[in-house]
Design a protein around this ligand. Structure first.
Ligand code: FAD
Length: 476
């Protein structure tokens, strides 16, 4: 009798405990990618992730085929689909890797109960996180709300296990199993094809993930401590979309940093591990606060007087037309590549929330739709962090000055020039504040404010004061 292995956010064959256990059981294996958005709390994935998913599924299908298996694609209610496949094939075991978002947990818990009542073996495994969120507890039995003690506690745990190899082969199930066609799922954009440039930056799939890690360990990790805040440089790993789709695991990353011939002596390794720790922290927060993307972690923020899309300012932000070059470069990088540098994510989020007083949930939703790494935990926790409404959040009175941020982290303006070509020939001195350039300099650079590039849509000092007033009113 065959065993069914469910794939959801773990699109890999290496370090995949569910797949390895099924292969090791000696049974024929039926691998199914199952997309279930039927739970009342399910949040459909956004457009950029759909693009990634399409290509990642193709890569996973090819890897499974090399092992002798065939990936089945299904969409809909998990319990109903699994029941149907059990009936059709006589399978007597279902295996999967665990999830930690509320709808995922609800679906899998119900599935396990249903299978047990039918006498079918149901087994779930870890892999997405280094430590199970329900197991890591504070001294008083709660969960960590502050990152530093969380990180200390996590480091005091036994060393994470070694990553596992891919199964050597899968025993194929010789009979047909109903599958959808990937093309029928229509995950790719058509008119317009806004993702046509994504391949320049990304190779979705497990191979792409490991190449990215190897490149990072080979080069940028040396720059990580000093330059990881510089959007004009390649100094971070860009592993986020691969992690979000489970093409690589934190165990594999941990091990690569610790391997005997590895790179632990480099200070970059420690810092990098700590950033992967923020991902763990965010997932623990989400597990304990399943509405992290829709509810303020700090209820005091429920009274906040958001301004809404006053005068189309939210739209200008989405399009990268705010008149603040670093903000516009970030928003256009997001649109063109499906990704944005972390420093710039903080700047654009702060600008939306504090300069424009737009509810952080609106920004979170735009990122959700446009990021290839859109992650239920990291995205919500980070937006709440910037807003000040989150656990261990940035203090609300920290309001980034977009000009100073640009000058500090993109000193020559190369990042702005790349994504805001209208300002390409403006001298570095004015590239982050074109409105202060003398008329002759603007003319020389072919910049006409209000025509080729917008005037700033808000005044920095006035918006700063307005934000501080709104925050103190809400906190009262
Ligand atoms: P690296 O610096 O190489 O870090 C390695 C890995 O550590 C990342 O891939 C990521 O998994 C994790 N990581 C790094 N920084 C953070 C962080 N601050 N919080 C949580 N995990 C982190 N990250 C996402 O993966 N998905 C999101 O949807 C997301 N939304 C964000 C929204 C806002 C407003 C902000 C400020 C940050 C957001 N981040 C998100 C966190 C961070 O910006 C990205 O993880 C990072 O830029 C990814 O690039 P990298 O892989 O090169 O990072």
């Amino acid at each position: 009798k065959p065993a069914i292995v469910l794939f959801r956010h773990d699109l890999r064959i290496r370090d995949n405990r569910a797949l390895l256990a099924a292969a090791g059981s000696g049974k024929p294996v039926i691998p199914i990618f199952l997309s279930d958005e039927t739970n009342e709390d399910s949040r459909p994935i956004g457009g950029a992730r759909k693009w990634w998913l399409h290509h990642s599924l193709k890569a996973l299908g090819a890897s499974l085929e090399k092992l002798g298996g065939r990936l089945i694609l299904r969409r809909g209610n998990t319990a109903a689909i699994v029941d149907e496949v059990l009936d059709d094939t006589g399978a007597d075991a279902v295996l999967w890797n665990r999830r930690y978002d509320r709808p995922g947990v609800a679906i899998d818990t119900a599935l396990k109960a249903g299978l047990s009542s039918r006498g079918i073996a149901a087994e779930s495994f870890e892999g997405h996180l280094l430590h199970e969120p329900y197991a890591l507890k504070t001294g008083s039995g709660g969960y960590y709300r502050v990152y530093s003690p969380f990180w200390r506690a996590l480091n005091a745990q036994p060393e994470p296990r070694d990553p596992l190899a891919a199964p050597r082969e899968l025993l194929a199930w010789p009979h047909p199993v109903t599958t959808d066609s990937l093309d029928d799922w229509a995950l790719l954009p058509h008119e317009p094809d806004w993702a046509n440039g994504f391949f320049r930056d990304w190779t979705p799939g497990e191979e792409g993930a490991h190449e990215r890690l190897a490149d990072f360990l080979d080069g940028s990790i040396d720059r990580y401590v000093a330059k990881r805040n510089r959007p004009d440089m390649e100094a971070t790993s860009r592993l986020s979309p691969h992690l979000a789709h489970g093409e690589i695991t934190p165990f594999q990353i941990w091990h690569a940093l610790r391997a005997p011939e590895g790179l632990d002596h480099r200070s970059g390794a420690e810092k990098f591990r700590a950033e992967v720790g923020w991902r763990e922290f965010s997932w623990h927060l989400l597990f304990h606060n399943p509405k992290l993307h829709s509810e303020n972690f700090k209820p005091a923020f429920d009274n906040f007087a958001w301004a809404g899309d006053a005068g189309g300012q939210f739209t200008a932000w989405k399009r990268g037309l705010t008149g603040y070059p670093i903000v516009d470069a970030g928003m256009r990088q997001l649109w063109q590549t499906g990704w944005m540098h972390n420093r710039v994510r903080m700047v654009v989020a702060s600008f939306l929330i504090k300069h424009l007083l737009v509810d952080w949930r609106e920004g979170e939703a735009w990122f959700w739709d446009t990021l290839v790494d859109a992650d239920p935990a990291n995205n919500s926790a980070s937006w709440q962090w910037v807003a000040g409404s989150g656990a261990d959040a940035a203090p609300y009175f920290r309001i980034f000055n977009p000009v100073l941020q640009g000058e500090k982290f993109d000193p020559k303006g190369d990042y702005v020039r790349k994504f805001v070509p209208e300002l390409k020939t403006l001298p570095a001195k004015f590239v982050h504040q074109p409105w202060n350039a003398p008329e002759a300099v603007l003319r020389e650079a072919n910049v006409s404010l209000g025509e080729t590039y917008p005037w700033p849509i808000v005044d920095h000092q006035a918006s700063r004061r307005r934000a501080l007033d709104a925050y103190s009113a809400a906190m009262r």
